[in-house]
Design a protein around this ligand. Structure first.
Ligand code: THU
Length: 131
């Protein structure tokens, strides 16, 4: 499953629309057993730009998905980590044992937990929602 996610993230990276940064990112997320993928999309006025992780996650949530089981991320740099905003979005929909996979290739990747990637987070539980 991890290798499949990395392959899907790599395919999505090829679709990256990033004419300003020329930094291509792809992500693939497993939500309730289904894979959704996405790329970063940049906009000339910059602030509407969306990261690959959020493209993929929002596709899944908008299709009725609830919980992220795994997310794989590939970028143009070795070890491309999610930005702070995307870490918070992952946190919102994370299953308890979510795996965040930072991938360079199908056999070169690292796996992180939510607590490792966003320690001491503020989340739904702070507002009396979820677990
Ligand atoms: N980017 C992502 O898509 N995900 C990340 O985790 C880091 C940054 C994108 C946003 C922007 O299009 C480009 O990479 C440069 O910041």
């Amino acid at each position: 499953m991890i290798k499949e996610l990395i392959e899907k993230a790599r395919e999505a990276q090829e679709k990256s629309y990033s004419p300003y940064s020329n930094f291509r990112v792809g992500a693939a997320v497993l939500i309730d057993g289904k894979i959704y993928s996405g790329c970063n999309i940049e906009i000339a006025s910059y602030s509407p730009t969306i990261c690959a992780e959020r493209t993929a996650i929002f596709k899944g949530i908008s299709e009725g998905g609830k919980k992220i089981e795994k997310i794989a991320i590939v970028g143009d740099n070795l070890d491309t980590y999610p930005c702070g905003v995307c870490r918070q979005v992952i946190r919102e929909f994370a299953s308890e044992d979510v795996e965040i996979i930072i991938a360079n290739s199908i056999d070169d990747y690292k796996i992180y937990s939510m607590e490792e990637i966003l320690p001491h987070s503020f989340g739904p539980k702070d507002l009396g929602k979820g677990e």
